[in-house]
Design a protein. Structure first.
Length: 286
């Protein structure tokens, strides 16, 4: 887990001490203008089921401007996280982080949506078990940049999580649509003891050759995470019929337990499995 992810989760935990469900949204670009907060739009606070979003636009001006459009959102009904970004570059531009000391980077832009619940509890059993959410990750890429790369990252866990790669694109147009069942080893809880639940997605654009200058080209992408349901199993991965979940995030939102995907609709895979398939993909994650 990167330092930035650990810090993000720490901030989420601090806010969740005052709210059961919180969301953190972010979109930013790393070219044009002055490096710093002016290239970033973000929100962190209580989750609004009706929807919460951030958006940011940038235009360098002139006859052939470099432009950026980014957004991130969270909402319920269905429980959904979204992140999108679009870059159109006509002239070369330096790439720099927006956090001090504003180092050079190969990142072009990112959008991220996160949600966390603090204090979920499962009863009806003894010892430890596994809480396994089932969620759909879908979206699309349109990459006409000869050196650009677009990556969709996903993170899910209890009391913390590690980033995985849901999809990546080095050029062309494509869509992706996968249902995930997380690795049981990353979702262990103790019956009767409160735990935190995390989900977040990131859409990241970067120079694939490691260059720290944006070259001319166009790219756009969107990634969405929809929570479909969950299952509760014991340490041997057997269902626990007597288990009862108390959760503001999952209860009373039409999210079923023991969801069964329609055969042939999607590939049901583990997050670790997708990460292994794309292990050769190299990118820098914030």
């Amino acid at each position: 887990m990167t330092l930035a992810i650990r810090l993000s989760l720490a901030l989420l935990a601090a806010v969740s001490a005052q709210a059961s469900i919180i969301t953190a949204l972010e979109t930013e670009h790393f070219f044009g203008g002055t490096p710093g907060p002016g290239r970033l739009e973000s929100y962190m606070g209580s989750f609004n089921p009706a929807g919460q979003s951030v958006a940011l636009s940038f235009n360098s001006g002139g006859i052939t401007p470099n432009t950026f459009q980014g957004s991130a959102s969270s909402s319920a009904g269905p429980l959904l996280l979204t992140a999108s970004a679009s870059v159109n570059a006509f002239t070369p531009s330096e790439l720099n982080d927006n956090d001090p000391p504003m180092n050079s980077t190969n990142r072009i832009a990112l959008s991220r949506s996160r949600i966390q619940e603090g204090g979920a509890v499962i009863t009806g059993g003894v010892g430890s078990g596994r809480f396994l959410p089932v969620y759909r990750v879908y979206g699309s890429f349109n990459n006409a940049h000869s050196q650009g790369r677009i990556v969709a990252q996903v993170c899910s866990g209890l009391n913390g999580c590690g980033l995985g790669v849901a999809a990546a694109n080095n050029g062309g147009a494509e869509s992706f649509d996968v249902i995930y069942s997380p690795n049981p080893g990353s979702h262990i809880f103790t019956f009767g003891q409160p735990f935190n639940v995390y989900f977040f997605i990131t859409l990241l654009m970067l120079m694939d050759n490691g260059a720290e200058e944006l070259s001319p080209g166009q790219m756009s992408g969107a990634v969405n995470l929809e929570i479909l349901g969950y299952s509760i199993v014991d340490s041997n991965n057997n269902p626990v019929p007597s288990a009862q979940l108390t959760s503001d995030l999952f209860n009373n939102r039409g999210i079923p337990s023991n969801p069964v995907p329609e055969p042939g609709s999607f590939a049901l895979v583990t997050l670790g499995g997708v990460a292994a398939l794309l292990a050769r993909s190299k990118f820098s994650a914030r």
